[in-house]
Design a protein around this ligand. Structure first.
Ligand code: MG
Length: 159
C-alpha cells in the first residue's frame, strides 16, 4: 500500500458584492471572496492538496484564470476534476484536514455542514474529514478582514 501526503494553501480577498462560500457551503456575511470561480478558498486549498499528493501540478494548470469558460464556476467542480485526476492515477483519498483562517465571520456553526459537504465531494466517510477554523489574532490581511486564508493536508492511498 502506497501512502502519499498532499498540502495546499490559498488566500482570497474579501470584497463586497460577492457571496461567501467555504467548503461548498454558503456562509451568511456582508462580504464574499473575489475569484475567477466562486472564490471558495478552502476548496482551492483542498484541490491543490489533491494534486500535490499525486505530483500532478496545481489548479492553475487545469483551471487557468484566463479561461472564460470557467468564470464563476462552483469550486466543487474543481475538486471533482482534481479527484478524478488522482483517481486515474490509482489513488483514493485517505483523510483530509482543512484549516480556515478568518477574523469574521465565525465559522463554528458551519463546521458540521462543511465536513459533510467535503465528505460528499470526495466520496469518503465524514470521520475522514476535519475542518477547523481559527482567527488571525487581528494580524495581517486576514486579521484586518480583507482576506480569508485556508490550508489543506490530506493523504492519498494507492495500491
Ligand atoms: Mg484560489
Amino acid at each position: 500500500m502506497k501512502i502519499r501526503i498532499g498540502f495546499g494553501e490559498d488566500i482570497h480577498r474579501l470584497v463586497s458584492g460577492r457571496k461567501l462560500f467555504l467548503c461548498g457551503i454558503p456562509v451568511p456575511f456582508d462580504l464574499g471572496l473575489l475569484g475567477h470561480s466562486d472564490g471558495d478558498v478552502a476548496l482551492h486549498a483542498l484541490s491543490d492538496a489533491l494534486l500535490g499528493a499525486a505530483a500532478l501540478g496545481d489548479i492553475g494548470k487545469y483551471f487557468p484564470p484566463s479561461d472564460p469558460s470557467t468564470e464563476g464556476i462552483s469550486s466543487a467542480l474543481i475538486v471533482k476534476k482534481c479527484l478524478s485526476l488522482v483517481e486515474s492515477k490509482g489513488y483514493k483519498v485517505g483523510n483530509v484536514d482543512i484549516n480556515i483562517v478568518t477574523e469574521e465571520p465565525h465559522l463554528q456553526p458551519f463546521i458540521g455542514k462543511m465536513r459533510e459537504s467535503v465528505a460528499m465531494m470526495l466520496g469518503v466517510d465524514i470521520d475522514s474529514v476535519s475542518v477547523k477554523a481559527m482567527t488571525n489574532e487581528g494580524l495581517d490581511a486576514v486579521g484586518k478582514e480583507t482576506a480569508i486564508r485556508a490550508t489543506a493536508s490530506l493523504t492519498l492511498i494507492g495500491e
